[in-house]
Design a protein around this ligand. Sequence first.
Ligand code: FAD
Length: 412
Amino acid sequence: MKLIDCADVLVMGAGPAALCIVAELVQEGLQVKALASHAPDQRWPNTYGIWAEEVESLGMASLLGHRWSNTVSYFGNGIDEHSLSPVQHNFDYGLFDQAALQKALLLKCGDVTWHLETAAKIHYLGADTEVTCRSSNTYRARVVIDASGHKSSFIRRPNHGPVAQQAAYGVVGRFSAPPVDIKQFVLMDFRPDHLTEAELKEPPSFLYAMDLGDGVFFVEETSLACAPPLSWNSLKARLHSRLSNRGIEIEEILHEEHCLFPMNLPLPDRNQSLLAFGGSASMVHPASGYMVGALLRRAPTLAKHLAQAIAIQPELDSEALARRGWEVLWTPELVNRHRLYQFGLGRLMSFDEARLRNFFATFFRLPREDWSGFLANTLPLSRLLIVMLRLFGMSNWNVRTGMIFGAPRSKT
Ligand SMILES: Cc1cc2nc3c(=O)[nH]c(=O)nc-3n(C[C@H](O)[C@H](O)[C@H](O)COP(=O)(O)OP(=O)(O)OC[C@H]3O[C@@H](n4cnc5c(N)ncnc54)[C@H](O)[C@@H]3O)c2cc1C
């Protein structure tokens, strides 16, 4: 067993959360170590989408590999003539160029060494924390940040019952006809005209789709959140029936995406000696499933506060440092916003497909800064409350009743 010397901070993971926080800790001049089950420059399995304004505000727009100005959604029933025309978002959306994002973050990480290790056990020694890996190697730091994703077994969190998952099945490929318009991005196509009466009573799903250029498109059947989650097989069947209803066949599959991650994971216990960042810290936006913008925005503040605490109060032990971190990561303001989003998601999960379409059609009639701020989680709590009340006021009675009481779906 090899004991490796003590760092200020040890980060576990090599996904977007780990790279974001390591980069900022290094910028603060801290001595940082990292360990992960795979190399930090190994291509991430997911592609990350984000509204362009969010990356622009971070000065990172050049890291987008794709960008669309023609961004639309469909919330009609797919039968009435007016429902065939899309809702125009008039707001650019982008996909990160993964390699460029990883490279930019790694560049900011400087010469931090990533040990290719899988953490197995964590011991709190008071002043420091020790992580023992499957190899039996042990790493020590004044505080450890778990950025190992939402499946982390190290982070303590309350059990609030079944966790709703976002599930999706997608195909990057070539099609007999364009599944969306050329140069178009479709955030949500909820049109249900390919579904049978029985299928209409099942938890709803929508199409997320985009033109990737050169005759290649990405189409993904997505269930926003459901517990238990919709199976990939049923999402795949729905995608095929949606496409064939429009006379479109998949001609070539270049890549298949199977997506499953928790949307309303309870917030971690903020009194534990281990800090977390990213999926393990429940940072996924409970109403949209997005997180990368939040990682890029929130990493600098967390790193700055940790660096100050370590520099000014060298006597702070792991528990005290972790507590400082949790206070910054989940301020009362952010906790309250999270609760509101979780409440909203709970209501949406109870809606049948017609009520859900109605809800989203109203949501995207909000002023753009309100709906985009809601989706990015950049609205202050007071504004968020006003926006939610405004949305309630704009909704029809069917949606309002669902917002107040929930709306159990009738069983097939
Ligand atoms: C298919 C899919 C698509 C998504 N699309 C978007 C999107 O478009 N936009 C968006 O903002 N969000 C998206 N998300 C949500 C979220 O941003 C991602 O889940 C994101 O990858 C979470 O980042 P993370 O770094 O917290 O965890 P992960 O990306 O899961 O990374 C975890 C890291 O920890 C390592 N690890 C795990 N266990 C250990 C251990 N015991 N010891 C050491 N290392 C360990 C892993 O090897 C990995 O490097 C998507 C999620 C999925 C699943």
